[in-house]
Write a protein that binds this ligand. Structure first.
Ligand code: AMP
Length: 187
């Protein structure tokens, strides 16, 4: 089963993805983590993206799509994908459709964790004290949230017309969201 967890930064996608990884024995595909890893390794990609990432801008589609391609074509991960933070633009959503089609896969569920800006700001400020990410300061948080809302609106429209799309209140308690997702998945 392949799923997408969709929602603004700080919506709780990573948290829910981790529960699902355990429950389904799937893989969490977090483009944010993959990109941070490239920076940590100081790879060619890492060097190209470091500025965009610390400023809260999107990394260009070509780089992100190339990372995703490897994952979708990996036979060990086939039908075990939990996308967290991807797709984030219409180009990425269309790219994903194409890759899935080529590998005879599909997205079974899309969960949209909807959270308002004030809650996101509060959550990310808390996360900053734990994870110390360079893109978690207040200005950057606001930029990332606004950018997310504008750019991802077409992605939302792309998925929300399908019957496998479910919107959840991302400001609810973590366990309540987990229970709702489990319910939709009949777990
Ligand atoms: P995240 O960990 O999902 O909050 O992502 C952190 C940062 O990584 C974002 O602010 C972007 O700079 C970059 N990033 C993560 N995923 C994507 C994506 N799908 N497309 C473009 N940039 C991304």
């Amino acid at each position: 089963m392949n799923l997408i967890l969709f929602g603004p930064p700080g919506a709780g996608k990573g948290t829910q993805a981790k529960f699902l990884v355990t429950r389904l024995n799937n893989f969490q595909i977090s483009t944010g983590d993959m990109l941070r890893d490239e920076i940590q390794k100081n790879s060619e990609i890492g060097k190209r993206i470091v500025e965009d990432m610390s400023d809260g801008r999107f990394v260009n589609d070509e780089i992100v799509n190339s990372l995703i391609e490897k994952v979708v074509f990996d036979p060990d991960m086939k039908n075990k994908l939990i996308f967290d933070g991807y797709p984030r633009s219409l180009t990425q959503a269309k790219n994903l459709e194409k890759l899935l089609e080529k590998t005879n896969q599909k997205i079974d569920y899309v969960f949209f964790l909807n959270v308002n800006k004030a809650t996101i700001i509060k959550r990310i400020e808390q996360r900053k004290t734990v994870e110390n990410r360079s893109d978690d300061d207040l200005d950057t948080i606001i930029k990332r949230y606004d950018k997310y809302m504008i750019t991802t609106k077409p992605v939302l429209d792309f998925y929300s017309k399908n019957s496998n799309f479910f919107e959840l209140d991302g400001s609810s308690k973590i366990e309540e969201i987990t229970a709702k997702i489990n319910n939709f998945l009949n777990l």
